[in-house]
Design a protein around this ligand. Structure first.
Ligand SMILES: Cc1cc2nc3c(=O)[nH]c(=O)nc-3n(C[C@H](O)[C@H](O)[C@H](O)COP(=O)(O)OP(=O)(O)OC[C@H]3O[C@@H](n4cnc5c(N)ncnc54)[C@H](O)[C@@H]3O)c2cc1C
Length: 459
C-alpha cells in the first residue's frame, strides 16, 4: 500500500474535475486528479454535446485550443421546438451562437490542459472511500487491484451525479445538503448517429416533447453527425429510453440507413443546486452538487465555473491553515448568487410541470402564438414581458387559449415567484451562521409554489 500526501485531491476527470485541477495547479498547489477510467476512455461521457459558447469558461485553459479541437459545429443560432399538436416554433439565440462538440475530444483536451497546468493525473484509479477525523482528510482507492491512500487538506468531489463520496462522508454537524433523492434526477440516453444525407437543421438544436415530461433532442455535431437522445424524470414512471429513441428515429426520414457510432446513458441532476456543497475539508462541484440547469440539463458551464471557484477557495483556506466549513463557505455564496439562483428559479417550472399532464401543457403551447410563448418562457427563469397584460389585450390569444386560462395564469404566478426566489438567493449568507434563517425564508416561498401548483414537495 502507498500513501501520497497532496494539497488537494480531485476525484473525477470530467469538466468540473479538470477545471478544479487546472485552477489549483495554476495557483501553485500540489494537486492530484483521480479518474476511474483508463487514459484512453477518459473524456467519454454521456452528453447531448451542446454548449452555449465558451465565453463563460474560466480562463485557466486554452479556450481557443479547446474550440479548435472539439467544437465541431459553432453555428447554432436557434432552438427549434417540434410541437406534435400544432405549429413548431423557434427561439433565436441572442448574442453568442451556440455550439455542438465532439464530447470525447472535448474531454481529452480538458484533461490535457489540467496536465499542462501541472496537475498529476492518475487514471484507472477508482476512489472507494474517504478518510475522516472530524474533517475529510483524504480518500482511499484501488488501481489494478492495489489499495492506495491519498491524504489531502481538501478533497474536491467531482465524481458526477449521485457521487459515491457523499455516501461515505459523515456530514453530521455540518450544513452540507443531504436532502438529495433519486427522484430529483433524470435518466438520459443518447446515440451519436451518422446520416447518409446532410440534415437541414445544422444551425439549430431541436427538441420534441416525449411522455413523462421529457424531451427528445437532435443536436447536430455536423450536418451529418447527430447527437440524438432523450430522458425522463425519475419521479415519473420509467420510459424505455432505447426503444422510444429507436421508434422515433425510424419515423424520421433523415435517419433512414443511418449508422449508430456511439451509445451511452447516465443520470443527471434536474434539481436546484445543493444548498451547501461544503463540509470541513470537502467540496462538491459540478453534477456532484447539482450545478445543472434543471430544465435543459445543461451542466457543462456550471461544472467549469464550480470547479474553478472551488479550487480558488480551497487554495485560500489552505494558505490560511483553516479547512473548516466556514473557511470554505464563500464557495457556496459564489455559486448561489451566480448561476445557482437562476437554476433554482428554473426548477420552479419543473415543479409546475409535474403538476400537469404533458398533454395539457402541449395544448397550452399549441394555443399560444409563438412570440408570446417565447416571452412567457423567459430565458432567465422569469417572464420578460407583462404576460398578463398581453393576455388581456390579445383577443386572438384569448379565444385560442380558452380552457387553459387557469394553467396560464398559474404559470404567470410561478414566474413571479421565480423572480422572488432569485432575490432570496441574492441574499445567500456569507457565513454559515445566517444559513438557517435564509433557508427558512426560501422554504416559505417553496411552500407557496407547492400550494399554488398542487405539486408534491420536491425537497
Ligand atoms: C445524456 C446526457 C445529456 C447531456 N447533455 C448536455 C448538453 O447537451 N449540454 C450540457 O451542457 N450538459 C449536458 N449534460 C450534462 C453534462 O454532461 C454534465 O452536467 C457535466 O458533464 C458534468 O460534469 P462533471 O465533471 O460534474 O461530471 P462528469 O462529467 O460526470 O464527470 C465525472 C467523472 O468522475 C469520474 N468518477 C466517478 N466516480 C469516480 C470514482 N469513484 N473514482 C474515480 N473517478 C470517478 C467519472 O468517470 C467521470 O469521468 C448531459 C448529461 C447527460 C447524462
Amino acid at each position: 500500500m502507498t500513501t501520497e500526501t497532496r494539497d488537494i485531491v480531485v476525484v473525477g476527470g470530467g469538466t468540473a474535475g479538470c477545471f478544479a485541477a487546472a485552477s489549483a495547479a495554476q495557483d501553485g498547489l500540489d494537486v492530484v486528479l483521480l479518474e476511474r477510467k483508463t487514459e484512453k476512455e477518459a473524456g467519454h461521457i454521456a452528453c447531448g454535446d451542446a454548449i452555449k459558447g465558451t465565453s463563460t469558461f474560466p480562463d485557466v485553459i486554452d479556450r481557443q485550443y479547446l474550440r479548435d479541437e472539439s467544437f465541431t459545429n459553432q453555428n447554432i443560432q436557434r432552438a427549434h421546438f417540434i410541437n406534435p399538436k400544432g405549429a413548431n416554433y423557434d427561439i433565436p439565440f441572442e448574442g453568442e451562437s451556440g455550439s455542438v462538440i465532439d464530447r470525447k475530444r472535448y474531454g481529452e483536451v480538458l484533461l490535457e490542459e489540467a496536465d499542462r497546468a501541472g496537475a498529476d493525473l492518475q487514471y484507472n484509479t477508482v476512489v472507494q472511500d474517504v478518510t475522516q477525523n472530524g474533517r475529510v482528510t483524504g480518500v482511499t482507492a484501488t488501481r489494478k487491484g492495489n489499495h492506495l491512500e491519498y491524504e489531502a487538506d481538501v478533497v474536491i468531489d467531482a465524481a458526477g451525479a449521485l457521487s459515491l463520496l457523499q455516501d461515505k462522508v459523515d456530514f453530521n454537524g455540518t450544513l452540507y445538503d443531504t436532502n438529495v433523492d433519486y427522484s430529483q434526477f433524470c435518466s438520459a440516453y443518447r446515440e451519436v448517429i451518422e446520416t447518409e444525407q446532410p440534415v437541414d437543421y445544422d444551425d439549430a438544436i431541436v427538441f420534441k416533447p416525449t411522455e413523462e415530461l421529457g424531451y427528445l433532442w437532435y443536436f447536430p455535431r455536423t450536418d451529418r453527425e447527430i447527437n440524438a437522445g432523450l430522458g425522463f424524470q425519475m419521479d415519473q414512471p420509467p420510459l424505455p429510453l432505447v426503444d422510444v429513441l429507436k421508434n422515433d428515429l425510424e419515423n424520421q426520414p433523415e435517419f433512414r440507413n443511418a449508422e449508430v457510432k456511439d451509445k451511452l446513458g447516465a443520470a443527471l441532476p434536474t434539481r436546484r443546486p445543493y444548498d451547501s456543497a461544503v463540509a470541513p475539508g470537502f467540496m462538491s462541484v459540478g453534477d456532484a452538487a447539482a450545478h445543472v440547469n434543471p430544465t435543459t440539463g445543461g451542466g457543462i458551464p456550471g461544472a467549469a465555473k464550480a470547479g474553478h471557484w472551488a479550487a480558488e477557495i480551497a487554495g485560500e483556506a489552505i494558505a490560511d491553515g483553516d479547512l473548516s466549513e466556514s473557511a470554505l463557505w464563500e464557495y457556496n455564496q459564489r455559486i448561489q448568487t451566480d448561476f445557482g439562483k437562476r437554476f433554482a428559479a428554473m426548477d420552479l417550472y419543473n415543479i409546475f410541470g409535474t403538476a400537469h399532464e404533458v398533454d395539457e401543457l402541449t395544448d397550452v403551447v399549441t394555443a399560444l402564438p409563438g412570440e408570446m410563448l417565447i416571452d412567457l418562457m423567459g430565458k432567465e427563469g422569469e417572464t420578460t414581458l407583462g404576460a398578463v397584460d398581453k393576455l388581456k389585450t390579445g383577443l386572438r390569444t384569448a379565444i385560442e387559449t380558452r380552457g387553459h386560462w387557469k394553467t396560464l395564469y398559474e404559470g404567470y404566478q410561478v414566474s413571479n415567484l421565480a423572480s422572488e426566489l432569485k432575490s432570496i438567493y441574492d441574499e445567500y449568507p456569507s457565513t454559515p451562521s445566517g444559513f438557517e434563517a435564509w433557508q427558512a425564508k426560501r422554504d416559505e416561498l417553496m411552500d407557496e409554489v407547492y400550494e399554488l401548483t398542487g405539486a408534491e414537495p420536491k425537497y
